[in-house]
Design a protein around this ligand. Structure first.
Ligand code: 26W
Length: 818
């Protein structure tokens, strides 16, 4: 079509060597005869980037030619991790680069270790966004991700004497080869100020006169698809001082102050809020949310107006996805622009809003939905508050007609929460203004319909759907577990599963094949060795490869019940201690691996991390125990650490009290890597049972509909003696820090035990015993492991994105033809 095919960059080892050495000399500016691993990594990264940019340009050409409906994915968090390995694998040039490097005397894997993680997010929601971007690109959907370019990502977790300490993550210290600064793509963002009325050709319009302006600058991160030339973009905004500054300040001599003031602008996008529990109501957090929303909306409308005359087509060309409520101000911002700048009038503007927005919520707990104090919103965004009041007025008027004067319900559904402190309910705003409201698993969606958003479901049942989460098999098998990737391709006789994961089910036919069993065990061994080496390097602990590697890695939260795991470990230790030599021979050796960050202000979570360390201290140094039980806390758990831990796990734990985990996604990564799950029937685990069968999992605990009754019971609730015993051991200081852990014990004793650790303890121990029993039967375990991977296809983010594209966004693939 374009007749300039031959301009493409060559990928033969010789051309690659030349490109890398050119970047050493001209990009890294080091002599091509003397450069170290990090400089080699930087040169390698730039060579790969060149190929990403080339494909990105070709993709943009197709998109602007075909002018398809586009998806705009708005998320305040993207947990991208490392880009090098994923990029060369999706570009299909990993081996070529590895060859070129080895001829230059470098090893690809060694250079890959030089890259730091891009940790621009907290946990589940953030990593899900990254997996979904990979699937959007791979499935050739015309999409753009919008977010914030934090200068400080999620804090580095340092463990000192068993306590978590946070260190700032200045990840841009040595530059970032995976982004392209778009100095010409900038937008002014306004804050504060007043709203006045203006009359234009007899029409009255609102004009917002801001009190402060900053500049948003775009940084583009190319996202390559796998097995396609399509490469889409993740556009992250950074705040810069606006050059519209009032000269006045300078002339009055306080020049330095004026410049310092300017500098302050940059702080808006500087740091990620490390708390994934609830909105702190901080002004800076709200400024961040509006800053990225305003820049993104201006960019979306600019792109639309570049090739469309009027807004009638807008809903046919634009789908806006709200990743939880954090970007929901986008609704009000689009309304403001359509009203105040495009002068479309209320009805036309409102009609467009209701056709373009879709909202996905990721939380179940009633207190999580974001509420913004009216005062704060009114001072920072005076025009937006007016529009929210108008939206609410129209909504409540309509509601009255539909449900009559049921004041309780009207009050519950109002966007404005009256009370001592008036708040704006961002979840209500998001539901009212979105055509679709998605949960992230089937159970989650049921809970939204019957509890969290019951009023809205009864009003608009058609709006409520669910898209069970998924993870990308490119990063979570091909990149992180190359030996399993090769084994699967060999037994399926194709690599097509990497783009079409349902083919994985083909492994089921070989689930009893001894040869596969032997090779499957070998792959797990290789990955356990890699994990054991990392543990020894990080913790100085030598662990036995014959032990069951039992892994519990995720953010630390009381509802995720890392404490239940620790109580189970203390019970196991206590049992072993009271055994005679002979019985000890029957004990299945365990290496209990825990990892995860606690939000800095989350005291209880930090106590749980400390408790794990003091219990580890006791058990790991108890000669009676030896290799029967070892505890390892992996510090600073992030994406690249997960890529190393997950392939090496035999068993992974997902212990959330039923009804508390919206979905869970780490469980999906473990499943894909043939790791068996010990879990409660919560979130997406329920759908896993349907896919692989409960015989291949170790399930325990109260089911979601049993929880309320158990909570009712309070002090009458029967808890096993073993539970009381292990809690008493902690209370009595068996592991030290007696006083420090009292509050932790208080929270799990009888009526306070909101997350039902006592109620679930007995069945938890049974599930653990069942896992021990299965583990010693290697062929049974290996079969369960093969069937777990074989049945994991549903949990690919490709399936999730396909469902969103067809049922929510109404977008079609637009593939680069060459
Ligand atoms: C404003 C503070 C804040 C920041 C992030 C969040 C996230 C929504 C928390 C989160 O990551 N939730 C997790 O989302 C995953 C992806 O859908 C789910 O799999 C997890 O069950 C859910 O806990 C809440 C509040």
């Amino acid at each position: 079509i374009f007749g300039f095919m031959d301009v493409f960059l060559e990928n033969d080892p010789l051309s690659l060597q030349k490109d890398i050495l050119d970047h050493v000399e001209f990009t890294v500016a080091k002599s091509r005869f003397n450069f170290d691993d990090f400089e080699a990594y930087q040169a390698l990264a730039h060579s790969v980037r060149d190929r990403l940019i080339e494909r990105w340009h070709d993709t943009q050409i197709i998109f602007s030619k075909k002018d398809p409906k586009r998806l705009y994915f708005l998320s305040l968090e993207f947990l991208m991790g490392r880009s090098l390995s994923n990029s060369v694998i999706n570009l299909g040039v990993r081996d070529q680069f590895a060859d070129a490097l080895s001829q230059l005397g470098f090893e690809f894997e060694v250079l890959a270790e030089q890259e730091g993680d891009a940790c621009l997010g907290n946990g589940g929601l953030a990593r899900l966004s990254a997996c979904q971007m990979d699937s959007l690109a791979t499935l050739d959907y015309p999409a753009i991700g919008y977010g914030l370019r934090y200068q400080y990502g999620l804090f580095r977790q340092i463990i000192l004497d068993g306590f978590q300490h946070e260190q700032p993550d200045y990840w841009l210290n040595f530059g970032n080869p995976w982004e392209i600064e778009r100095v010409h793509i900038t937008y002014p963002v306004k804050f504060y100020g007043t709203v006045t009325d203006e009359v234009l050709n007899q029409e009255k319009y609102k004009v917002w006169v801001p009190g402060e302006m900053v500049e948003a600058v775009a940084y583009d991160n190319p996202i390559p698809g796998y097995g396609t030339r399509n490469t889409i973009v993740l556009r992250l905004w950074a705040a810069k001082p606006s050059d519209q500054h009032n000269m006045e300040a300078y002339n009055t001599g306080d020049y330095v102050d004026a410049v310092v003031n300017r500098q302050k602008a940059e702080s808006i996008s500087s740091i990620l809020y490390p708390d994934d529990r609830s909105y702190q109501g901080k002004e800076l957090q709200l400024k961040q949310q509006y800053f990225f929303v305003s820049a993104s909306v201006q960019d979306i409308i600019r792109r639309f107006k570049d090739s469309h005359k009027n807004f009638d087509e807008f809903p046919e060309k634009v789908a806006l996805q709200l990743n939880d409520t954090h970007p929901s101000l986008a609704i009000v911002e689009v309304m403001r622009v359509l009203l105040d700048e495009e002068h479309l009038g209320w009805n036309k503007a409102w009609d467009i809003i209701c056709k373009i927005f879709s909202f996905t919520t990721h939380t179940v707990s009633p207190e999580a939905p974001v509420k913004i104090p009216v005062d704060l919103l009114g001072s920072l965004l005076p025009r937006h508050l007016q529009i929210i009041y108008d939206i609410n007025f129209h909504f409540v008027e309509k509601l009255k007609k539909m449900i009559g004067l049921d004041y309780d319900r009207l009050t519950r559904m109002s966007i404005v929460e009256e009370g001592a402190v008036k708040n704006i309910r961002m979840a209500n705003l998001s539901i009212i203004c979105s055509h679709t409201v998605n949960g992230v698993s089937r159970l989650h969606s049921e809970l939204l319909k019957t509890k969290l958003f019951k009023d809205f479901y009864e009003l608009w049942p058609h709006k409520f759907q669910y898209k069970t989460n998924g993870v990308t098999q490119r990063r979570w098998i091909v990149v992180s577990n190359p030996s399993l990737c090769a084994l699967i391709s060999k037994w399926l006789g194709t690599e097509a599963w990497i783009r079409d994961i349902d083919l994985l089910i083909g492994l089921k036919d070989h689930a009893d094949n001894a040869e596969l069993h032997q090779q499957w065990k070998m792959v797990k061994k290789v990955n356990k060795i890699r994990l054991a080496e990392y543990i020894e390097a990080m913790n100085g602990l030598k662990v036995s490869l014959d032990a069951m590697f039992d892994v519990h890695t995720k953010r630390v939260h009381e509802y995720k019940r890392q404490l239940l795991n620790i109580l189970g470990i203390i019970h196991r230790y206590d049992c072993i201690k009271s055994m005679n030599q002979n019985d000890r021979k029957k004990v299945v050796p365990r290496v209990c691996v825990m990892g995860g960050k606690a939000a800095p202000g989350y005291e209880m979570a930090k106590k749980i991390i400390k408790l794990f360390h003091v219990v580890a201290e006791k058990i790991n140094n108890d000669n009676d125990i030896g290799d029967l039980l070892k505890l390892v806390f992996i510090p600073d758990y992030n994406v690249s650490v997960a890529e190393l831990v997950i392939p090496g796990a035999d068993l992974s734990q997902h212990l959330s009290t039923a009804g508390h985990e919206a979905s869970g996604t780490s469980s999906m990564k473990f499943l894909m890597n043939g790791c068996l799950l010990l879990a409660t029937e919560d979130g997406s685990t329920i759908e896993m049972i349907e896919e692989i069968g409960q015989d291949n999992m170790f399930l325990f605990g109260a089911k979601v509909d049993e929880v309320p009754a158990l909570r009712e019971k309070g002090p009458a609730l029967k808890v096993p003696l073993q539970f009381l015993r292990v809690v008493r051991m902690i209370r009595e200081g068996h592991f030290g820090f007696k006083d420090y852990f009292q509050s932790l014990c208080d929270k799990i004793e009888c009526e306070n035990d909101y997350f039902l650790l006592g109620a679930d303890f007995a069945s938890y121990l049974e599930a653990q015993a069942a896992a021990d029993k299965a583990f010693v039967d290697e062929e049974r375990w290996t079969k369960m492991s093969i069937l777990s991977a074989a049945g994991s296809g549903k949990f690919s983010s490709d399936r999730t994105i396909q469902q969103y594209a067809e049922n929510t966004w109404g977008i079609q693939p637009c593939r680069c033809p060459f």
